[in-house]
Design a protein. Structure first.
Length: 136
């Protein structure tokens, strides 16, 4: 999976080869959009939210909850709406172009897909979401 630093997205200094790999794979990891302390703060805010709403928050697997049915917790909203996150999304969206002149897709405006939340212990391979390395 291609990985880039946020700074490379910020100043568009990502290499042509990396951009091509992102286009080919359709996915990338953008590192350091948030600093370590800010990211850890978001994580703690989510943990606090889960604790405060434990009776209303579904999670799995039951023996070791890692995936939470949370989509719009305050820290998720803050992270998704942050200008840095929006810039990273915009950078990635600009890697694609519509091939048909009649298409009306606007690839310059980031759109948020609210997915579930996952908190796992680093290095824990006991629970996987079924990722299979694609054959290229």
């Amino acid at each position: 999976m291609p990985q880039i630093e946020f700074e490379d997205a910020l100043d568009d200094s990502c290499s042509w080869a990396t951009k091509e790999l992102i286009r080919k794979r359709g996915v990338a990891v953008v590192k350091n959009v948030f600093g370590r302390e800010e990211a850890l703060s978001f994580k703690q805010q989510v943990r606090d939210y889960i604790a405060d709403n434990k009776d209303k928050t579904k999670a799995f697997p039951k023996h070791n909850p890692q995936v939470y049915e949370l989509y719009w917790s305050p820290s998720q909203i803050k992270a998704r709406a942050d200008p840095r996150m929006l810039h990273a999304q915009n950078f990635l969206q600009k890697l694609w172009r519509s091939s048909k002149s009649q298409d009306t897709a606007d690839l310059t405006t980031p759109m948020t897909y609210a997915d579930r939340l996952r908190i796992r212990t680093p290095g824990d391979a006991s629970f996987a979401l079924g990722y299979v390395e694609p054959k290229l």
